[in-house]
Design a protein around this ligand. Sequence first.
Ligand SMILES: [Zn+2]
Length: 256
Amino acid sequence: MLWLTISCFSYAGTEQPTGGSYGLALDPVPTVNFVFLTPANAQQQQAKDIVQHSSILTTVRQLSQTRYVFAPSLDIVFGSTKGPNFDSTQNEIQIPYQYITQLLQHVAKTTPYTTQQQRYQATTDALLLTLLHEIGHAYILDRAIPILGNNETMVDNFVTILLLNDIDRGDEIAINSNQLFSIHAINDTPLSNNLFIQQHSLSQQRYQHILCLVYGSDPTRYQPLLDALPLVQQQQRQCNDIYSTTHQGWLYYLDI
Ligand SMILES: [Zn+2]
């Protein structure tokens, strides 16, 4: 399996979603709430700890102040029995602890990472991708955004635009975490039994589309990505246009 390393890229220029320029008094209120159900065993406790010690809660909360603003606010529940899923009747996103454990096992099995810190990072990166995906479904419904074309591709665009524009290391997450969810990486792993994964593992077409967006966002910077992916090379002239159109389209709907 091809594993992309993008260490040759410079990450300079990635932005934090909020700065201090508004001043404390005017900071917008977060519009997501995190709920952690009580872990039932040591493994679930480990999953909870991995999430709570990561930066993804801060990232998701900050974006809820500036980009996807929910009214009423959206609950994100960790420790549910089913999911990952957006439950529109409860207006909540549900993430089982078991899913986080399965992600960690998947990372250990399919990536070259050897240290616990690297594996935890890759696990929470993949979890961030999952959270943003479900937030995308929730946001499209909340804003009644017209679905023109495939709903999943529309959410892929939402997630990738946020990663590239608003999230530190977002390009790395877009490339490597989506690789973890590609169909050929999922086969015969513990993750393959999860309903969300069965519905969301990335076809070659969706995976290539996401990489095309990353490449198109800055062709000079991501030239090594193109070299590693001959299929994208065929589309390379179009990727810049596809990125620009997608970026403009989503900026219209994302608060700022
Ligand atoms: Zn989906």
